[in-house]
Design a protein around this ligand. Structure first.
Ligand SMILES: [Zn+2]
Length: 343
């Protein structure tokens, strides 16, 4: 089914007139390297002749979208992500290729048409996660750069190291904490933890929930995952939760919040005689990251908790039967989510 997304004035090739044409997006399937992939494609429609056509530029976008769908299906970086990695280091396509010791046009081809081999893909992922490695690679291939430019690039990588190294080590702690949960199970709600998803969910909850503190955020996360599990048979983030007197708490919760420091701020507030950690979103949320089912779940959880917050402070979702059979610091099995009355 095609969805009309906009109307534009266009030099129509169907009837050779300049007039308003309709722009549609539809789901389609393409064959990429022998595999069928599903992706979005855009086409134009001339309402006068009722004929479809695809301008060359749009055709290229459609091809890129097919390639990215294929990349995603085999776990490779999409073209946009490659560009993002390169831009994080403030280098051109050619410079990024040289930094990694590759041929001049390698990165340019990966950003436009060629699907990268696994080895190249792995290297870009490693360099993205670890600016120290990027620095080593740059030093190894220093002779490929003008000295002045080499120093500039080294400076921007060094800046990134200073900014990112703490996050890098925290991510390692998170991955180590989840190493026992690398398969779908009752403990992770049949979803393997996806750090990017966790970050985006934390951001969404922080952005749209009123008066958010750390304890409430943990509850929102658990309820989001529990509701997703209850509705679709798998949790949203893959986080693993432990029993705590105040409610469910995700494993590695401190590091999880720390690595969101580009999305949220955490400030201390003194309430009576304890310290509360106020969480606020600091940048707009990219809604397109989520499916409409996911947004429904997140909004439902936020709505429920903002209502409860006005009435009473105790956690009404986890005091139910089932919760009491697990003990403090033990993992809460998702099979209990079905027994939670609130949903
Ligand atoms: Zn026309």
């Amino acid at each position: 089914m095609a969805n009309l997304v906009k109307k534009v004035n266009y030099d129509c090739p169907q009837c050779d007139q300049y007039h308003e044409v309709e722009v549609y997006i539809q789901e389609t399937q393409s064959v990429m390297e022998g595999n069928i992939v599903t992706h979005e494609e855009t086409f134009y429609l001339c309402p006068i002749e009722n004929e479809e056509f695809t301008p060359a530029k749009v055709m290229n976008q459609n091809l890129l979208s097919a390639r990215d769908a294929y990349r995603e299906s085999i776990g490779r970086l999409p073209s946009m992500k490659i560009r993002e990695i390169r831009e994080a280091y403030k280098v051109t396509q050619k410079e990024f290729a040289n930094l990694l010791g590759w041929g001049d046009v390698t990165v340019q081809r990966y950003e436009s048409k060629t699907i990268q081999d696994e080895t190249y893909d792995q290297m870009m992922k490693l360099v993205y996660d670890d600016p120290q490695l990027a620095l080593k690679e740059l030093e190894k291939h220093a002779d490929r750069f003008e000295h002045e430019r080499y120093l500039e690039i080294r400076d921007s990588i060094t800046d990134l190291i200073k900014k990112n190294s703490l996050n890098y080590y925290k991510k390692q702690i998170i991955y180590a904490s989840y190493i026992d949960f690398s398969e779908p199970s009752d403990q992770n709600g049949r979803t393997v933890m996806n750090l990017d998803k966790v970050r985006n969910v934390i951001h969404y909850l922080s952005h749209f929930s009123s008066k958010l503190y750390k304890v409430k955020l943990h509850k929102l996360l658990w309820n989001t995952d529990a509701l997703a599990y209850k509705m679709y048979g798998h949790s949203m983030t893959g986080l693993v939760y432990k029993y705590h007197p105040l409610g469910a708490v995700p494993v590695a919760h401190e590091e999880l919040l720390d690595i969101c420091n580009d999305l949220i701020s955490i400030s201390e507030e003194y309430i009576d005689d304890y310290t509360a950690y106020r969480i606020e979103s600091i940048i707009p949320v990219d809604i397109s990251y989520f499916s409409s089912e996911e947004i429904d779940i997140l909004d439902e959880v936020i709505r429920k908790f903002d209502q409860v917050g006005r009435k009473k402070k105790s956690d009404h979702t986890l005091e139910e039967e089932g919760y009491s059979i697990t003990k403090q610091n033990e993992i809460i099995p998702f099979s209990l989510a079905d027994k939670i009355r609130a949903f």
